[in-house]
Design a protein around this ligand. Structure first.
Ligand code: SF4
Length: 293
């Protein structure tokens, strides 16, 4: 249980500011996820609405397996901020999660696991601990920051890096305050703006960019039935690809039992997505990262 309260905290007001009097160099980084909240945060920041602080770097880590509408959205936002504010998104990645899973399924090579559902021979079900957010989203952004600041691997970072994440008040359970010794994780949508996801959508729409979507990998096992169903209806190519990967990972050499993308532990292609199932918010499982934001 996260014990943060949803108030405009003193910490937020004090931490996110233009000048610090500690004699250290401060760098502000916006970790851009390509989704609703981080788009709103980006636009607010460039308008000076986050205590007047403009991020030094805006970084997007691409898992390589987002749906095409998210890539189009990222391009659109990038074009907009370039033209209007003269800022650009910096792209990075930690590999291609889709390709890495195919390779792991075929050869048994190591892969940072998605939170797959598992069915053991004795019929017990489970969920694999998620490693993918760290490897494909969080660590690549940190490596890019080090590179931009001119550090070699393992060299100590001297600057204080303020890492902004687009977590909104309705997702406060995902806030993780401890990040890294050289990084201050900050959440301006909560600490400065008190905005929820709906507020973020309205904000972006008012800017004239259209309606942002929730970003995530095509085959993310955190999808609820509604998300799978919408994908099946509106983006059949992505759904077919998710079904292909779902079948590919069924008998991963590195796992005991069978693995599935859908929580029912049934082949995705065969799941009745209209079933009246109890829907759990699996995004609440872990309180970190930039997936889905
Ligand atoms: S969206 Fe899902 S599968 Fe992709 S990196 Fe995040 S948790 Fe992993």
């Amino acid at each position: 249980m996260n014990n943060r309260t949803i108030t405009r905290s003193k910490r937020g007001e004090n931490m996110i500011k233009q000048n610090y009097d500690d004699g250290k160099k401060h760098v502000h980084v916006l970790s851009f996820g390509g989704g609703t909240q981080s788009t709103a945060l980006l636009l607010m920041a460039l308008k000076g609405e986050i205590n007047g602080v403009i991020p030094d770097y805006i970084i997007f880590s691409d898992t390589g397996w987002e749906p095409s509408n998210i890539y189009k959205w990222v391009d659109k936002v990038n074009g907009y901020i370039k033209q209007k504010y003269g800022h650009e998104i910096i792209f990075t990645n930690g590999g291609n999660i889709r390709e890495d899973f195919i390779k792991a399924a075929e050869t048994g090579s190591r892969v940072a696991t998605m939170p797959l559902f598992t069915l053991a021979d004795d019929g017990s079900v489970g969920m694999i601990r998620r490693q993918c957010t760290g490897e494909y989203k969080i660590e690549p952004v940190k490596r890019k920051v080090r590179e931009l600041l001119g550090y070699k691997p393992r060299q100590q970072v001297k600057e204080v890096v303020h890492m902004w994440k687009g977590i909104s008040t309705d997702e406060i359970h995902r806030v993780k305050s401890i990040e890294d010794k050289w990084i201050e994780a900050e959440h301006p949508l909560i600490d400065v703006r008190m905005m929820n996801r709906t507020n973020c959508i309205s904000y972006v729409e008012r800017e004239g960019l259209g309606t942002p979507a929730k970003s995530s990998c095509i085959g993310c096992p955190f999808h609820d039935n509604q998300t799978w169903l919408e994908m099946k209806r509106n983006d059949p190519q992505s759904f077919a690809d998710a079904c292909f990967i779902d079948e590919k990972i069924r008998h991963m050499p590195v796992l005991n039992g069978q693995a599935f993308l859908h929580r029912s532990c049934k082949p995705l292609r065969e799941v009745d997505l209209n079933e009246n199932q109890l829907e759990l918010d699996l995004w609440a499982n872990e309180c970190e990262g930039m997936c889905g934001l």
